[in-house]
Design a protein around this ligand. Structure first.
Ligand code: BJW
Ligand code: ZN
Length: 269
């Protein structure tokens, strides 16, 4: 018979205090209290599209202007957002553990860079970044914080359902400064493979950790969805921080219900 996960915070805190190699796996929910919409939540609609319908290579090849409007909008929104108490608690715990010669590593599915902004070091970004581009022709990946990313996108990308598509010709979309090729956001879309080195590093951390926190993810997108269950299968404690139960909740030792901006500062204090 499957035991329900515990929500005993003092029990979790004593496990935390005895851990030396912690992994924190995060998803969109960790940024929700910063005002960044989650992927599958009610804020997950842009115009009439579900995010899942725009985050695909097929959508980009069919209509690069539309997909660029969507990512341009999300880049511009981030200028008004800052890390919340959950990001700060994670960064603080990493700092503290490192000062003791121990480790806490963050593996995130998010592309918003809010963990960096909170001061977390060596963040593993499984799904790329809003602030990196990759060239379809020369394949170079570059940091890009320009606002707007190109003139044609200035003032475009409004999320309201009645806004007409900008239909920007490909020549005027973001282009590579080195070779003139079309740029795309350096993010991992459905059906695309994750970067091999990043995946290797993530697997290494998952296989070596002695405690795993899984924060604000619906745990439905692979391969990230199997990381925490594989830690639990080794008999290593896993604690989930979420506002809902997920398909993986019952495999974990701990589940803390509620906004992680409230639960994490207590858990990691
Ligand atoms: C709070 C909160 C608060 C709210 N406090 N909590 C094996 C089995 C089945 C399918 C596949 C498989 N392997 C591959 C697939 C296909 C596919 C997949 O997984 N599909 C599933 C949907 C079934 N995977 C892929 O295509 C991956 N590629 C791959 O595996 O390549 C090899 C391969 C290809 C094809 C076939 C087989 C193998 C790539 C996946 C890339 C995902 N990319 C995206 C878009 C990134 C760019 C962008 O953002 O635009 O990444 S999709 C989207 O989902 C985004 C997210 O990072 C990701 C995960 O979402 P997340 O973070 O969990 O967010 P939500 O919104 O779902 O959940 C938020 C949670 O927070 C909720 O639970 C809330 O309750 C909670 N919450 N507020 C705490 N305050
Ligand atoms: Zn190029």
């Amino acid at each position: 018979v499957q035991k329900m996960p515990s929500s005993d915070m003092s029990k979790f805190r004593s496990v935390f205090k005895n851990s030396k190699k912690i992994v924190v796996l995060t998803g969109a929910g960790v940024s929700a209290e910063s005002g960044v919409p989650t992927f599958r939540g009610s804020g997950g609609l842009w115009r009439t599209f579900k995010s899942q319908d725009l985050a695909t290579p097929e959508a980009f090849y069919r209509d690069p202007s539309l997909v660029w409007e969507f990512y341009h909008y999300r880049r511009e929104v981030m200028a008004t957002k800052k890390p919340n108490a959950a990001h700060v608690a994670i960064a603080g715990a990493q700092d503290f553990l490192r000062s003791k010669g121990f480790e806490l590593n963050v593996i995130t599915q998010n592309i918003d860079e809010l963990h960096h902004a909170a001061g977390t070091k060596d963040v593993i970004e499984l799904h790329g970044s809003l602030f990196k581009t990759s060239c379809l022709k020369c394949h170079k990946i570059k940091q890009n914080r320009q606002s707007p990313i190109c003139e044609a996108l200035r003032g475009r990308g409004a999320p309201d359902p009645n806004v007409r598509s900008a239909n920007i010709p490909v020549e005027s979309l973001p282009r590579c400064q080195d070779c003139g090729g079309l740029l795309r956001p350096s993010v991992v879309w459905f059906g695309e493979s994750l970067d091999e080195d990043i995946l290797l590093r993530a697997n290494e951390l998952i296989n070596e950790c002695d405690l795993c926190l899984v924060v604000g993810t619906s745990s439905v997108v692979y391969p990230a969805a199997m990381f925490a269950p594989s830690v639990a299968a080794r008999g290593v404690p896993v604690a989930e921080f979420n506002m809902e139960v997920t398909p993986t909740t019952e495999r974990f030792g701990f589940h803390f219900d509620g906004p992680c901006g409230e639960s994490l500062p207590i858990a990691l204090a």
